[in-house]
Each structure stands twice: as structure tokens, then as C-alpha cells.
Design a protein around this ligand. Structure first.
Ligand SMILES: Cc1cc2nc3c(=O)[nH]c(=O)nc-3n(C[C@H](O)[C@H](O)[C@H](O)COP(=O)(O)O)c2cc1C
Ligand SMILES: Nc1ncnc2c1ncn2[C@@H]1O[C@H](COP(=O)(O)OP(=O)(O)OP(=O)(O)O)[C@@H](O)[C@H]1O
Length: 298
């Protein structure tokens, strides 16, 4: 998949099927739209996701979003920040100049409430009308629902902020995860508590509340169940950054420097400041029992 961040001009694409929106996390509603543009590859179109706007903190990192879209079969991800020029562009000019002119669109898929262009005056109906005139097809999808609530990035963010990992998984179709290279901690865990793997998530990634979670850590060729602390480790003086620190139940390997992806299954408790290392250790043992029980009852 090609990834392009638009600084000024859009690229010229000879034949495209496009879906439009913010696409912060790729939730189940977005997945439906992406599947639609992928179907158009059979007609010779390039499947293009045009992601408008960038939030300062996102549900998925750039790399995660790219990987998910690539695995789904998307050909090109165009990331278009909301510059003055884009924000002031009239909806009809956006259709004529960008969709028709640059992207040579033959098919557009959007959700029913999608709005675009200056003052958000562009609507799915307008896309349909222009499509008739200029020869592209617009498909408007009803919003995918969870009961009576529309699935949206806002909904996903709310559940992530609550630490509701089960709901996150349901809305996104995949676990909340943090990935990176295992780093050295201060070595105290190994000596006085339990051995742990440390990851430092990128600052732009939206994180669940600080606390302890039941997780599965995936390494290149093997996976381990465990419990993970997200936070600053206040009992031992605290770190400025947020760490993701995991005790793996059945592992005594040296994992420093290895790539690791931690999948979050369930929130257990908030991070706490304990009065002593012994008190923290006793709590960790109780957490580990709860974690093991969780996997036994699956
Ligand atoms: C499952 C788990 C839960 C933890 N819970 C807490 C906690 O509630 N409060 C806290 O201050 N530190 C907590 N920690 C962090 C420990 O303080 C940390 O493992 C220890 O200080 C070692 O850090 P180091 O690897 O940087 O040496 C937790 C760690 C793990 C693995
Ligand atoms: N639940 C859904 N079902 C189908 N299409 C959706 C759904 N949610 C969003 N879309 C469509 O996906 C595209 C991208 O959506 P976008 O990321 O802009 O909105 P969102 O997910 O509702 O996020 P936010 O809550 O931040 O507004 C738009 O065309 C939008 O209409």
C-alpha cells in the first residue's frame, strides 16, 4: 500500500474508488466502507482511503492504521490535514478538482451523515448529483449500529477512556494493543517484584486509564498470557512517561530488544501508590491469580 501525506497538491490517479472521512480508528463502520472500495478493484479501480484531518492523539498510530488498511487490501492511503485551503474549499470544488480532476474517481462510498467542504455543506446527496453529471457512482451506507447508538470514533474513544476493553474489541473488531521494542526498565521488578517487559507507547497514541489489565503479548513466533500495568509506577518514585509493563505468566526468557505487541483483554484495577514494595508485591500476586483465572475460564 502507498501512503501519502498531502502537503499541497493531490497526486494524479488514473482510476480510483474512494472512501472519505476522518478514519481515526478503523472501526466496524469504517470497515464496511473499506470493503466497498476494495470490491471496486475488480473493475480496475485503485482502492483509495482519503483521510481528512488529523487529531493530536489518535486511536491508532500512523503505522497501525497503515497496516490495518494494507491488510484489508487498500492500495493508497491519502492523509490530508485540514489546511486553510482544504477547510475553505467549497464542497463542489472539492468534488470537481480533487475527486474528479486528481483522483479520476469512478466510485465513492460514504456514510449517510458524512459532511465535507466549506461550512460542511457537502452531503452524500450532492455527491450523487455530481456523480450523475460527471459519471461516477456514489454509494451511501447506513451507519453501522451498536443497539441504538451509531458506531463512531467518538464512541470508541469514550470506551477507551473508560478502560472498557471488551467494548473496544466489539467496536473495532480487534483488541486495543500497544506495540514496540522491549526496553530496559530500572531492573527493580526483576530484583524485588516480578520480571517484566517494558514498552513505551508513542505520545500520540490514545491510551486507556492508568491501571492493570489482563493481556496477551505476541512476539515474533510465540505468545504469552500476562498482566500489564499502564502508568507511571508511583510506588517506586514514578516515571514522567507512561509505560506499558507486563508480567508474563510462563516465561523466563531474555526478551530485551525483541518486537512485541500487547493485546489488552480486560481492565483489572487502577494503578495505585502502595506504602511499600511488599504491599505492591502482594497485590501483584493477587492480580496474577485473577489474570490466570480469566484465561482458564475462556
Ligand atoms: C501487573 C503490574 C501491576 C503494577 N501495578 C503497580 C501499581 O499499582 N502501582 C505502582 O506504583 N506500580 C505498579 N507496577 C509497577 C512496579 O512498580 C514496577 O514493576 C517496578 O517498579 C519495576 O519497575 P522497573 O522495571 O522500571 O524496575 C505494576 C507492575 C506490573 C507488572
Ligand atoms: N457506523 C458507521 N457505519 C457506516 N459508515 C460509517 C460509520 N461511522 C462512520 N462512517 C463513515 O465513515 C467515514 C469516515 O467516518 P469518520 O471517521 O469521519 O466519522 P466517525 O467514525 O463517525 O468519527 P467521529 O465520531 O470522530 O465523527 C464517513 O463517510 C462516515 O460517514
Amino acid at each position: 500500500m502507498e501512503y501519502l501525506r498531502i502537503e499541497n497538491d493531490f497526486p494524479r490517479i488514473s482510476h480510483s474508488a474512494v472512501t472519505l472521512g476522518k478514519f481515526d480508528g478503523i472501526h466496524r463502520g469504517h470497515q464496511k466502507l473499506v470493503e466497498k472500495i476494495i470490491e471496486q478493484k475488480q473493475e480496475g479501480a485503485q482502492a483509495v482511503v482519503l483521510a481528512l484531518g488529523t487529531a493530536s492523539r489518535t486511536i491508532l498510530t500512523k503505522e497501525e492504521r497503515c497496516r490495518i488498511l494494507e491488510e484489508m487490501g487498500v492500495d493508497i492511503l491519502l492523509e490530508c490535514p485540514l489546511t486553510e485551503k482544504i477547510r475553505h474549499m467549497k464542497a463542489e470544488n472539492f468534488i470537481k478538482e480533487i475527486l474528479i480532476g486528481d483522483l479520476q474517481v469512478s466510485y465513492v462510498a460514504v456514510g449517510e451523515d458524512f459532511r465535507f467542504g466549506y461550512e460542511r455543506k457537502g452531503t452524500p446527496a450532492m455527491l450523487k448529483e455530481f456523480g450523475k453529471k460527471y459519471g461516477f457512482h456514489t454509494e451511501v451506507l447506513p451507519k453501522k449500529m451498536d443497539g441504538r447508538r451509531k458506531i463512531s470514533s467518538t464512541f470508541v474513544r469514550e470506551e477507551l477512556n473508560r478502560g472498557n476493553m471488551e467494548k473496544f474489541r466489539f467496536l473495532m473488531g480487534t483488541d486495543f494493543s500497544v506495540e514496540g521494542i522491549v526496553e530496559h526498565g530500572r531492573g527493580m521488578g526483576h530484583k524485588y517484584l516480578l520480571p517484566t517487559t517494558n514498552l513505551i507507547p508513542p505520545v500520540e497514541k490514545l491510551m486507556p486509564p492508568n491501571g492493570v489489565y489482563i493481556t496477551v503479548s505476541h512476539f515474533r513466533d510465540r505468545s504469552y498470557q500476562g498482566i500489564t500495568n499502564v502508568g507511571h509506577k508511583p510506588t517506586v518514585g514514578g516515571e514522567k512517561f507512561i509505560g506499558v509493563e507486563t508480567y508474563l505468566f510462563d516465561c523466563n526468557e531474555d526478551l530485551y530488544g525483541e518486537y512485541c505487541k500487547v493485546d489488552f483483554k480486560k481492565f483489572l484495577r487502577p494503578e495505585q501508590k502502595f506504602s511499600s514494595l511488599e504491599a505492591l508485591k502482594a497485590q501483584l500476586e493477587r492480580d496474577a491469580v485473577k489474570g490466570q483465572e480469566y484465561f482458564e475460564t475462556l
